[in-house]
Design a binder for this molecule. Structure first.
Ligand SMILES: Nc1ncnc2c1ncn2[C@@H]1O[C@H](COP(=O)(O)OP(=O)(O)O)[C@@H](O)[C@H]1O
Ligand SMILES: [Mg+2]
Length: 254
């Protein structure tokens, strides 16, 4: 069955890297996977080896947003709250492999509490209108922090993965995200511990357990991943057998 998955966590914790590795695992299992970049600082394309120029965020295409939402661009002007966008998913997704594609959506930092502009309506419509077939999954690479947790984004999620790296700041972000879940009706949330080294595994396990949490999936710290980012190389074919096994166990349990 297809899954709708979102990857959240503190900035730099590894959301984008992990989104790509999960897409690979699901695609090898026969799924068609749509990776959606919802970060205002988008770099999913880079982690997939897609030239950034080919993946400019849809939300920055003023004429497209205006056409779909009926907005004139005037501040305070009228626009459609629920624009029709399904065809854009098909026409703007970039093929990465036979089964994996990338939809560069981006997001708009809202100017304050309660701000709702045409761009926000456009992004929400794109995320909430992804319809999954039997062997199709979608992975949402979210923006750091909590702003992404509006209803439309998390609606219908099968799995929220919260990436935590060794350190209390990252654990605190995870706790804040988890506190929001009861209101959002998410089926399942799991912790991914990333950048784990033999020397900090015990510390992270303790920091998590003191907060009533535990890591369901572990991705070890890897010099190879650092090197790939330095060279701007794709992480799609990076292999970590423990990560793969634990991710499959989490998917299997859904
Ligand atoms: N397991 C890991 N080991 C070493 N470096 C990692 C690991 N996971 C991610 N990184 C590096 O950490 C940085 C942030 O990762 P990224 O996936 O872009 O995080 P986010 O999307 O949460 O901002 C990148 O330079 C990436 O290469
Ligand atoms: Mg990222």
């Amino acid at each position: 069955m297809g899954l709708k998955i979102a990857v959240a966590g503190k900035g730099g914790s590894g959301k984008t890297t992990i989104s790509v590795l999960l897409a690979k695992i699901l695609s090898e299992d026969g799924q068609k996977v749509l990776l959606v970049d919802l970060d205002s600082d988008p770099n999913l394309a880079n982690a997939l080896g897609v030239p950034a120029g080919a993946a400019s965020p849809l939300v920055h295409r003023k004429e497209l947003v205006a056409e779909r939402t009926g907005s004139t661009g005037e501040p305070g002007g009228m626009f459609l709250l629920n624009p029709s966008v399904v065809d854009l998913i098909e026409s703007h997704a970039l093929k990465v492999t036979d089964r994996v594609s990338l939809l560069p959506v981006g997001t708009i930092e809202s100017a304050g509490e309660g701000c709702f502009c045409p761009q926000t309506a456009f992004v929400r419509a794109l995320v909430s209108k992804v319809v999954l077939g039997k062997d199709e999954s979608v992975i949402l690479d979210l923006e750091a922090g909590l702003e992404a947790f509006g209803r439309a984004v998390v609606e219908g999620l099968d799995l929220l993965l919260i990436v935590v790296e060794p350190g209390m700041r990252s654990v605190e972000t995870a706790k804040r995200i988890l506190r929001m879940l009861p209101d959002l009706g998410i089926r399942s949330a799991r912790i991914v511990a990333n950048k784990v080294r033999p020397g900090n595994l015990a510390l992270l396990a303790r920091q998590l357990s003191e907060n009533g949490l535990s890591a369901d999936i572990v991705l070890a710290y890897s010099d190879e991943l650092v090197a790939r980012d330095l060279d701007g190389r794709s992480v799609f074919d990076y292999l970590d057998s423990r990560f793969e096994e634990e991710a499959k166990a989490v998917f299997g349990a859904l």
